[in-house]
Ligand binder design. Structure first.
Ligand code: NAG
Ligand code: NAG
Ligand code: NAG
Length: 532
């Protein structure tokens, strides 16, 4: 005789087996190296939890992307790259690059734009990677017959759009940046009167000269990328995809755009029905701290300042580190600083340097008073989530723009340049955000708004990815506007026709009036002539 308990567990098992199995899908993931990978992996792990099967395309020379995994399949794309670097070499190279390129105190807009364009141009090395991929007949055959339901891609490189076009699969983008610009500019109306372009350093309230700058900058990006960057990709897509669609048009035809943006943070702007905002998807309730951190945090009477400059910049030139350490030493608060370089002699006894820190968990601790940060996307959202005001030191990329948005909302103070930072600047800025409660209040307000959402952003990302698989895309959400020729999109043909019609009418009216005037006036004139 089976005991009641055994019977119960057997029936429970039967019950579980009889539940309708959730539909699982096969997803091909095209990631981008570095912090982009860390982000997309969060979504991937969530999709794996829902029992979808994931395959990731990994270039053999990538630095941060996993080359083996228990959780997902990996297809290595062999790349012949004579300049391949190790991760340490890359980080050293990146440090040197950052040190020599970090935002100078008052850069001209033009020099920022030029640097941005140079970065985009180096990005076109993706062309050789893609040729390697499409020439690899075995691999392409395997991908073609694997029965994928969907391509999930980071839009920062063109691999995703090209592969989804080649494999004729629905495409879900995860990210905000195309090689050239914020994808919004390619798919949604983006009035330059209040939507700032990257590196413009302006907010959504622009003066006349700021609007001028925004327009000129956008024109510069448009011309340089449309003439010098995208044609290289278009050549590839002609060769390997046999399509006349330009790569830009493929970007406009994705099914779902999962944008790492939240309007708590970004300035409101027009958008499209297939754009899903998932800013802050990486944030989680803080977990208990390791003992080393817990004791330090709990026993700090004046509170703690958390200081990190991101994944790549773990160290600094010694003269800058000395200056910063001297500033931190003057604070009554304690400081946890992620720093692996040589210990500066000015380091105070209130400052703890660590090789790594559990950033989100530390920001969630009630004793945390301020976050000294470079303004990278992850850190910014973690600070918003936890309601901790920021002292920002922007270094490169979109960091200045990120911090500018928080500053405009009264939730951050910005130090203009890492290179010229003095201990005094550090002390003043930290004192300001801690002693003036408006910064903390503003950030707490943002935090409340950010968390007050019907569906957490990561769940939304999973839902819309599955949605695209269930329905073979999201064609009903794609606006036709993006398939129109530009003269139709801007109604230039209609405007021209209207102008012509009005001109013809005016001309006719003028002719009629002239005729009437001649009839009524000219006889008089001729009588006058006769009298003469
Ligand atoms: C830390 O340094 C300050 C002055 O620099 C000193 O007053 C204080 O006693 C020191 N604290 C500890 C725990 O050593
Ligand atoms: C900023 O620092 C750089 C190099 O460290 C120096 O050449 C420059 O003169 C400094 N600028 C100012 C305004 O202090
Ligand atoms: C925060 O929100 C409250 C109302 O919810 C408002 O009264 C207060 O002014 C806001 N504080 C800041 C600094 O924006």
């Amino acid at each position: 005789m089976a005991s009641p308990i055994q019977l119960m567990s057997v029936s429970a098992l039967i019950f579980v087996l009889c539940l309708p199995t959730a539909q699982t899908g096969r997803i091909l993931v095209i990631p981008v190296d570095g912090s982009h990978w860390i982000n997309i992996k969060i979504l991937m792990m969530e999709l794996i939890k829902q029992s979808h099967e994931l395959t990731v395309l990994v270039p053999s020379n990538s630095l941060y992307i996993d080359q083996s995994s228990e959780d997902f399949h990996i297809e290595i794309v062999p790349v012949t790259d004579s300049h391949a670097l190790t991760r340490d070499q890359f980080e050293e190279f990146a440090l040197n690059w950052i040190i020599s390129n970090a935002f100078p105190k008052d850069p001209s807009t033009f020099s920022l734009a030029w640097d941005f364009i140079k970065t985009i141009k180096t990005g076109t090395s993706v062309v050789s990677l893609l040729s390697n991929l499409f020439e690899n007949k075995d691999l392409m055959e395997r991908l073609g017959t694997a029965g994928f339901d969907l391509v999930l891609a980071d839009p920062y490189t063109v691999g995703g759009v090209m592969l989804s076009n080649y494999l004729k699969l629905p495409l879900v983008f995860f990210g905000r940046w195309m090689p050239s610009e914020d994808i919004h500019f390619a798919i949604a109306p983006s009035p330059l009167s209040y939507v700032p372009v990257i590196n413009s350093r302006v907010t959504d309230r622009m003066t006349f000269s700021e609007r001028m700058k925004n327009v000129l900058l956008y024109t510069l990006y448009l011309v340089s990328t449309r003439f010098f960057v995208y044609p290289k990709y278009d050549e590839l897509s002609k060769r390997y995809l046999g399509t006349d669609l330009t790569v830009l048009e493929m970007y406009q035809r994705a099914d779902i755009y999962l944008m790492k943006v939240d309007f708590v943070f970004e300035f409101p702007r027009p958008t499209m029905p297939n754009v899903v905002y998932i800013g802050g998807f990486q944030c989680q309730a803080s977990k208990p701290l390791a003992q080393e951190f817990q004791e330090f945090m709990d026993s700090s009477e004046q509170g703690v300042v958390i200081f990190s400059l991101g994944t790549i910049l773990k160290t600094l030139p010694l003269n800058i580190a000395r200056e910063i350490a001297a500033g931190l030493a003057q604070l009554p608060e304690r400081v946890i600083w992620r720093y692996t370089g040589e210990q500066p002699d000015t380091l105070g006894n209130n400052t703890k340097t660590v090789n790594w820190l559990p950033q989100n968990d530390l920001l969630g601790h009630p004793n945390t008073k301020a976050f000294l940060a470079h303004g990278g996307e992850n850190g910014v959202y973690e600070a918003i989530y936890n309601g901790v005001p920021i002292v920002g030191i922007p270094i490169f990329g979109d960091q200045y723009e990120n911090l500018l948005r928080l500053k405009a909302k009264g939730a951050a103070v910005m130090l203009e340049s890492l290179m010229n930072v003095s201990s005094r600047d550090i002390v003043n800025a930290v004192r300001l955000v801690i002693d003036d409660p408006s910064y903390r209040d503003a950030m707490r307000n943002l935090s409340k708004l950010h968390r007050d959402t019907p569906i957490p952003p990561l769940d939304a990302a999973v839902f819309w990815t599955e949605f695209a698989m269930r329905h073979g895309g999201a064609g009903h959400l794609k606006a036709t506007g993006n398939n129109l020729p530009w003269y139709q999109y801007y109604l230039l043909d209609v405007i021209l026709a209207l102008v012509l019609t009005v001109s013809v009418c005016l001309y006719l009216v003028w002719r009629v009036l002239k005729a009437i005037i001649r009839r009524t006036c000219c006889p008089r004139r001729s009588r006058k002539n006769k009298r003469d």
